[in-house]
Design a protein around this ligand. Structure first.
Ligand code: CO
Length: 470
């Protein structure tokens, strides 16, 4: 298949395993595997998807051992993948031509959409690829081979849509997530997990119009659902004959404002619902408790129009004049409700896919890592940033016109200096049409090594470093 311009939104078909040639020195202490997930094929033959989010899921694994790096990539063999091979390439998010009712029936009830291209997680000793349905795709962490499905079946409440960005406590290892159950009265169900099929219900929040929420915030005592005013009428969603892709049924209603639904995890109830002016966002970087306040670092955009800018025809035509993310810090009082002034501080403008050290999840952090772009974004991100939230200093790594992926920090030792470790990012060399894995020193943010990958990896979403996969 011929790559389409610009590189990064092309379809990759190779599946390989190879030791990478390294320039520089990968630290010997770095042991484990980075597994990244993302869309990697947007057309098979004559059929394709229309939105970046709908490309077929591919896992990319970088295994670090004794200063060497092995790379392996593989498509997930899902029903979506099989349908695409058979000429019926359907996106689940923003692509689609069949009636909405038929699609939703399958998407929500029969066999939920399984193109799990957002992230990989480990739970109860097993590895899963996730998207925004409650159907997880299991995979073998060595071979990346697909190993069937897991879907929770009760007895605790469950929903039709699931958040792909589960929250894990860095202290207890406990995993928390929420799902949306559609109905005459819809519900947000928040729960914790110790294994894929073992859930403890924390709280359910009834809502008339559920919002699209790609991630949420968690601290040791609280779960916070940031309810953006991008909402769906569930009855509309289920009405037969209505046409259109899933996400196009959500409506931007800025007058509703953005509501922080604050759930006390121990009491299992909503203890505050402060509301502020309407904005939208995809990613919470981290959250923690400080002086009776919740500090929530969240990347915002003014509205949900950002989703429309990620259709492939626009991306491939280079039409990228869109509002990039703003890394912002919100301070909210857990006990407040109603229209309130919420303290809001800009940490860095022009960001995407923010992360923090996994050793700091759900507790105070100093550093945020993120892709960096101009504001508004005219080019796909060509830098990654280390944002010091104490001093405001921003350190940048870039390499000419090359594109850099979501940066993943790997701590050398937990409990030590927060930025002692490395930052891993996949860099697309646009002139060489190859990708590189770049290893930066966490403290100085300078390059330690780069490893050349034999092909160009399409722009992906999220990675996780699994130290046990060494
Ligand atoms: Co995401």
């Amino acid at each position: 298949m011929e790559p389409q311009e610009p590189l990064g939104f092309h379809s990759l078909t190779d599946e390989i395993v190879t030791d990478l040639i390294i320039e520089g020195t990968v630290p010997n202490w770095l042991s484990g595997s980075l597994i990244r997930n993302g869309p990697a094929a947007f057309e098979i033959g004559d059929v394709g998807v229309e939105h970046w989010f709908d490309g077929l899921a591919m896992l990319h694994k970088f295994r670090f051992r004794d200063g060497e790096v092995q790379y392996r990539n593989r498509f997930l063999r899902t029903e979506a993948y099989e349908r695409a091979q058979n000429g019926s390439f359907e996106g689940g998010f923003a692509t689609g031509t069949t009636t909405l009712f038929d699609r939703l029936k399958r998407y929500l009830f029969d066999a939920p959409y399984d193109n799990t291209n957002i992230i990989a997680e480990r739970l109860g000793g097993r590895y899963f690829a996730l998207t925004e349905t409650p159907r997880w795709v299991a995979f073998d962490p060595e071979s990346l081979a697909t190993r069937g499905y897991v879907q929770y079946e009760g007895p605790e409440p469950s929903g039709n849509l699931a958040c792909a960005h589960m929250r894990r406590s860095s202290k207890t290892g406990e995993m928390v997530n929420f799902e949306i159950e559609f109905g005459r009265t819809s519900q947000y169900h928040v729960y914790s997990m110790t294994a894929p099929t073992e859930r403890d219900h924390i709280c359910s929040v009834p809502v008339s119009e559920p919002a699209y929420m790609h991630s949420f915030a968690m601290t040791p005592s609280y779960v916070v659902l940031t309810e953006f005013p991008f909402v769906v009428n569930p009855l509309d969603l289920l009405r037969p004959g209505k046409q259109g892709p899933f996400i196009e049924n959500f409506e931007w209603k800025p007058d509703r404002g953005t509501r922080f639904i604050i759930i006390d995890r121990n009491r299992g109830e909503v203890v505050g619902e402060p509301r502020t002016g309407g904005f939208f966002g995809f990613h919470h970087a981290n959250a923690y408790e400080e002086d009776n306040e919740l500090v929530i670092d969240l990347e915002t955009v003014p509205d949900a129009l950002a989703i429309d800018t990620l259709y492939l025809d626009r991306l491939r035509a280079g039409e990228l004049d869109v509002f990039a993310g703003r890394m912002e810090r919100f301070r909210v009082h857990p006990g407040r409700s109603g229209e309130t002034t919420i303290e809001r501080e800009l940490l860095s403008d022009g960001t995407a896919l923010p992360t923090v050290s996994p050793a700091r999840w759900c507790q105070a952090h100093r550093y945020i890592y993120a892709q960096g772009t101009e504001q508004p974004m005219a080019e796909w991100p060509r830098e990654i940033r280390k944002i010091d939230t104490e001093t405001g200093a921003v350190t940048v790594f870039s390499d000419g016109e090359n594109n850099l992926s979501e940066p993943i920090f790997v701590p050398r030792r937990t409990g030590e200096t927060e930025d002692e470790g490395v930052v891993l990012s996949v860099m697309l060399d646009v002139s060489d049409e190859r990708s590189w894995l770049v290893v930066l020193d966490g403290e100085s943010f300078t390059e330690l090594a780069r490893a050349r990958i034999p092909h160009a990896i399409p722009f992906d979403f999220h990675g996780r470093f699994f130290s046990e996969l060494d």
